[in-house]
Structures are given as structure tokens and as C-alpha cells.
Design a binder for this molecule. Structure first.
Ligand code: ZN
Length: 269
């Protein structure tokens, strides 16, 4: 059985969905694979797979995990559609600020990081489900470099603005890091490094709270997802998001299973 077939089989077992992945040999990206909500397609990136293998991964396991993981995103998209939530659009008001160490910063500058946050809260539930099938997160080791780099620059930089930037980066990456911490196919010392970094900015208590919060996330539970996104943003970024209905036509062309006229989307004002 090829790794792609093994990934499809695992994805079907864990999430009850089959989509034939496409392979991209050209694009240079650190991502091993990606789910495109616009086409309902899954792409496996040869370049990203190579990077994960260079970082110590086994090609078969990396590809199998990547395909199954993206099938999780495809399945969860259907749960979102059924429950009336469109999770891929975020509106950030120009007056919105996030509160960081000793200052208030415009949130619009962080919109791409917000997008990432919304996605990685999904990642946690997907990899939690896959771990129940004995499959560990293979992408964890790709992100370790970021954790180590931040820990290193913390030691060398006393610049206040730089510290705020690093803190925010850590907070935005936290759901992903907690996913790696729990389900990553990485050494215990690397998991400790992830925790150490988060504790540097949040303190031990907050790290544990964040971990307890996200550990309660259940795959496919859309109401739970909304509550989690809201409490996470409130707790760690000091913003209070709200969900508002918007007409589907605003989102452009979507696969057929998005068949409501209106969907809730996330507003941060
Ligand atoms: Zn993902």
C-alpha cells in the first residue's frame, strides 16, 4: 500500500470521508498538505514532505498523517456547514486592539495570525482524533525550529517591543504548539521546550489552563468550537469576538454542501 492510500484509508476510518489527494511537485511551501475549502480538494506538497523528512520524519508516516489530517479538515468543514458556521472568514474592526505586555496594539496588523489561530484550534481536534488511532502528529518536528529560535532570541534580546512581538507570536501559535505537545511524534525534551516557551510568557498556571481548555475540544462539535475560539481570544489576547450572520454570497463560490443562505462568521471589533 502506498503512503497516499494508507492516508486515505486512515482518514476514512477516522473521519468517514474519502477525497483523492492531488500531488504538487512545484510549489515551495513548508506545509506537507493542505485542504482548500473553496474546492474541497486536498493537495500534498512534495516540497513540504521533503522538509518534514529532512527534519527527521519517515516519508511514509509523514504522508499518511498529512493526508488523514487534511481529510479531518474536509470532514469538519461539513460539520461547520451543517451547523451554520463559516469559519474561514474573520472580520477585524479597525478600532480593535489586543492587549499585550504594557501596551495596546492594533489587531488588524495581526489578521493573518488570527486566521492561523482559527485553523490551529481545528488542528488540535483532528490530531486528537488521529491519536486515538495510534497515529502521531508528524508535522510537530517542523515547527520545533520556531520554538527554539524564539527561546534563543529571548535570551539575547531585552528590547521591550521585541518581547511583545515574541509573546504575541507564541500566543497565536499556542493551539498548534499544544497540539504538538500532546500528539507530536517528537522527543520528550522537545515537548518540554514547547512548554518552557509558553510558560515564559504565560506562566505555569495559564499554560495549564490553556491546555485544559483545548483538551476539551471535541472533533465536529461546532458549538464547542465557537465557545473555545471566543474564550481563547478573550483569555489570551484580550479581545471579545462575536458571531454574526452574513449572507453566503459574500464568501464567493463554495462546494455544494455549503447550502444555507446565511452563515455565522467571526467578528472582532
Ligand atoms: Zn491542519
Amino acid at each position: 500500500m502506498t503512503a497516499l492510500e494508507a492516508g486515505a484509508e486512515l482518514g476514512q476510518k477516522a473521519f468517514g470521508i474519502i477525497i483523492q489527494p492531488r500531488i504538487d511537485e512545484e510549489t515551495s511551501t513548508p506545509h506537507a498538505a493542505m485542504y482548500d475549502f473553496r474546492t474541497d480538494g486536498i493537495t500534498v506538497f512534495a516540497n513540504g514532505i521533503e522538509k518534514a523528512v529532512e527534519a527527521g520524519g519517515d516519508a511514509f508516516h509523514v504522508v499518511r498523517h498529512a493526508v488523514a489530517h487534511e481529510l479531518g479538515h474536509a470532514r469538519e468543514a461539513r460539520y461547520f456547514a451543517e451547523c451554520g458556521l463559516f469559519p474561514y472568514r474573520l472580520y477585524i474592526g479597525s478600532r480593535c486592539v489586543i492587549v499585550a505586555e504594557g501596551g495596546r496594539l492594533s489587531a488588524t496588523g495581526f489578521s493573518s495570525l488570527f486566521d492561523g489561530l482559527i485553523n490551529t484550534i481545528q488542528d488540535f481536534a483532528i490530531d486528537k482524533t488521529l491519536s486515538q488511532y495510534g497515529v502521531k502528529d508528524q508535522i510537530a518536528r517542523l515547527d520545533l525550529k520556531r520554538t527554539k529560535d524564539i527561546l534563543n532570541s529571548l535570551g539575547s534580546s531585552s528590547d521591550k517591543l521585541e518581547r511583545i512581538r515574541l509573546r504575541l507570536q507564541t500566543v497565536f501559535n499556542l493551539p498548534l504548539d499544544m497540539s504538538h505537545y500532546r500528539f507530536g511524534d517528537i522527543a520528550e525534551t522537545d515537548k518540554k521546550g514547547i512548554r518552557e516557551l509558553a510558560e515564559k510568557f504565560l506562566g505555569t498556571k495559564k499554560w495549564q489552563e490553556a491546555l485544559d481548555l483545548i483538551s476539551g475540544r471535541r472533533f465536529g462539535d461546532v458549538e464547542g468550537y465557537k465557545r473555545m475560539v471566543a474564550s481563547y481570544m478573550h483569555e489570551f489576547l484580550g479581545v471579545t469576538p462575536i458571531f454574526r450572520k452574513r449572507p453566503r454570497v459574500e464568501f464567493g463560490n463554495l462546494p455544494n454542501f455549503w447550502n444555507n443562505d446565511v452563515y455565522e462568521t467571526l467578528f472582532v471589533e
